[in-house]
Design a protein around this ligand. Sequence first.
Ligand SMILES: Nc1ncnc2c1ncn2[C@@H]1O[C@H](COP(=O)(O)OP(=O)(O)OP(=O)(O)O)[C@@H](O)[C@H]1O
Ligand SMILES: [Mg+2]
Length: 353
Amino acid sequence: MVSPLNWLLGLFSLDIGIDLGTANTLVDVRGRGIVINEPSVVAIEKKTRRVLAIGSEAKEMVGRTPGNIVAIRPLRDGVISDFDVTEQMLHYFINKVHEHMLLRVPRPRVVVGIPSGVTEVEKRAVNDATLSAGAREAYLIEEPIAAAIGADLPVADARGSMIVDIGGGTTEVAVISLGGIVVARSIRVAGDEMDEDIMNYARQKYNLLIGEQMAESVKIECGSAYPMETERTVCLRGRNLISGLPERIEISSVELREALRNSVGIIVDTVRQAIDETPPELISDLMEHGIALAGGGALLHGLAERLSEETRMHVYVAPEPLTCVARGAEKVLENFDLLHKTLASMQRGSTLH
Ligand SMILES: Nc1ncnc2c1ncn2[C@@H]1O[C@H](COP(=O)(O)OP(=O)(O)OP(=O)(O)O)[C@@H](O)[C@H]1O
Ligand SMILES: [Mg+2]
């Protein structure tokens, strides 16, 4: 039950949807859209644990920090690995939104997307971090449901919808019907693993040591999951492990596809397994309406084609795949009465007064 105080506060309230991602944190404010879209990175001074930078500024420091500063990603594999730092990051983002309001509105109601496979302890951690970061009410929603709502799939209907959300740390596959998840698969293979594949490939084939950011940028520019119409090449810069000297080499999109073969293969297999487990009635819905892809990994060249070939279904990238979870989380607050009842997976955290 909503207390009278919270109901009153709600009249002037700020409603926020947050996608607390391994790679990026997005904040969507009701009526204003996405207001924050920054890497989930925090730079801290090692000795004092003082926060020096958060978001884009901190990401630029990754791999470039002097000994006394570390740029850390407090979420790994889709879950909180450093609670204190996650809390500070959330606090900073929630406050940033709150401070920019012209009127002094009360603390916000917040819906946070969490990966579907997380434990009760991890859920508690996200909930506590959200409340102590300044939320008045915190609700947790499983990311695949939020992504599906953000992708405009009819989650509350008696119709099967499949969403595949490929983020930085996790790939989540879910079949949703009547507001609940019927089949779910969550694996810790996604964009970060692809970056590692590229780093390993460069080391093994060219004895070239490259950084995470270099690997990510060539993946975005030239990585693929399906043969390209015109194959291309891209430049890799790093350090030769034998000579110890800086080196640049050209790598082709065919080689990058080879490097990504394993991760992409695991994602494809996971989607196939989820289809395998889906009840026949829902399969027929999927055949009619297709499979939607969300998350940054959905943008990998040719991934939709590859999945389409392997599943023999129509597979498409949802509009603005990187913002689906945050927009979906915010939409839940917008249609709170309707969706709150339907969404079996949504949980309410305790409220601070
Ligand atoms: N055009 C692109 N091609 C391939 N990969 C991309 C592209 N754009 C972004 N990515 C990758 O998408 C990933 C980030 O996606 P997203 O922001 O959805 O993850 P996240 O929500 O933070 O992570 P998670 O859902 O696992 O917690 C990164 O690994 C990034 O390299
Ligand atoms: Mg995500």
